[in-house]
Design a protein around this ligand. Structure first.
Ligand code: SF4
Length: 383
């Protein structure tokens, strides 16, 4: 195995892993979800290589249900258009943030020169975003005060990742604010799904942090970015906008802490075989290649990662205790496989190094397995 240290070499390794498969741009949602799986090298590698996890899982024969149905996507796009083009953004920002904004002057940062693709295109858009931020903050009369489709960067595992933002960033009175537009329903002031709001807050925190980093590099005070963000949602099941403010300081702290603790990507890549690639169509061969990267499956993956069914299958075929979740893995850490734990529960065969009577030991293992099984089924696992 060669040592992977410089950026060009890392890029070459990541390109080899992805092969001819089309790259998928990063999103704040991926960063937020990735940080829930800090020990998963597989996810870190797939995201760094811009590999489409849903497409990879499908090629392995373990597709997950679509994250968003086409109808939900259409609703989201229509809602964003209504908010932006019918003046609701200004109205909600004035109402919730008490800002004196006289007009909205948009700059769309989605275009790239012909022929520019993949990481090069994202890099180009990130540079335009940085230039636009500098313009807006230094000149209150700049031609625009709101950025649409900006691309920001974030240092993750020692590497710059590009984030295509679906949030907007706007400047008023020398401060930068983040706005998220989500079409989920809020009924009588209460979101239909509370988890959607916490997810939006975590995504906003990713945007805020990446904007703070961009401003620091430009020589601005990062506190210019407000940690109070605006979330515009739909009132009821229609498409009338309503809004809320989110204080994302706690999410920011958690995010910074977790980013600081991540294993460096170069360390992970150093451990991989030199000929590893995921650009393979045969499902069995592909599964063999994927199995060469350490993963950290828990039942929680089922709700946060497109690779979950493939990784669950990997645990099942290896009979790994991991498939029963983090709690059981720490409770029954002396065993590698479910079969070992079940055998101990039946026979009370106490492994070396464990004190206590066989009967108590067997009862403890049985109780842990029962709890784990319930949690596994609750999380959507197959009983
Ligand atoms: S599903 Fe697989 S790749 Fe995704 S976080 Fe879980 S273990 Fe990692």
């Amino acid at each position: 195995m060669s040592s992977v240290s410089d950026h060009d070499h890392i890029d070459a390794v990541l390109d080899r892993l992805r092969g001819a498969q089309p790259p998928k741009a990063g999103h704040a949602r991926d960063v937020a979800a990735d940080l829930d799986h800090p020990g998963c090298h597989l996810r870190a590698v797939l995201d760094a290589a811009a590999i489409d996890k849903a497409a990879l899982a499908a090629r392995m024969g373990h597709s997950m249900p679509e994250e968003q149905s086409p109808a939900a996507l259409r609703r989201g796009n229509l809602f964003e258009r209504i908010v932006v083009e019918e003046g609701h953004l200004l109205a909600e920002a004035r109402k919730q943030l008490h800002l004196d904004i006289s007009e909205a002057r948009y700059k769309d940062l989605s275009d790239v020169p012909q022929g520019l693709r993949g990481r090069a295109a994202l890099k180009w858009r990130a540079q335009r975003t940085t230039d636009a931020l500098a313009d807006m903050l230094t000149d209150p009369n700049a031609a625009y005060n709101i950025l649409r489709h900006p691309v920001t960067t974030l240092r993750r595992s020692g590497r710059t990742c590009y984030l295509e933002q679906d949030a907007l960033a706007f400047v008023v009175g020398g401060r930068l604010y983040v706005v998220e537009i989500k079409s989920f329903a809020v009924i009588a002031g209460v979101p239909n799904e509370r988890s959607h709001v916490s997810q939006a807050a975590r995504q906003s925190a990713v945007y805020v942090l990446s904007l703070q980093q961009a401003l620091m590099e430009l020589g601005f005070d990062p506190d210019v970015v407000s940690t109070t963000t605006l979330l515009i949602t739909a009132k009821g099941y229609g498409l009338t906008p309503t809004s809320h403010t989110l204080d994302v300081r706690n999410e920011l702290k958690a995010l910074s802490r977790r980013l600081a603790r991540r294993t460096k990507l170069s360390t992970i890549l150093d451990e991989l075989p030199d000929d590893l690639t995921f650009d393979i169509n045969d499902p069995d061969e592909l599964a063999e290649q994927v199995a060469k990267v350490d993963h950290h499956y828990t039942p929680g993956c089922l709700s946060s990662c497109s690779m979950a069914r493939a990784c669950r299958q990997r645990c099942l075929s290896g009979d790994r205790l991991d498939r029963l979740g983090q709690n059981v893995r720490s409770d029954l850490g002396v065993f590698d496989t479910v079969a070992d734990a079940v055998h101990a529960a039946r026979t009370g065969a106490v492994p070396r190094g464990i004190t206590g009577t066989p009967a108590v030991f067997a009862a403890d293992v049985t109780a842990a397995l029962h709890l784990a099984h319930e949690a596994y089924v609750d999380a959507g696992g197959v009983a």
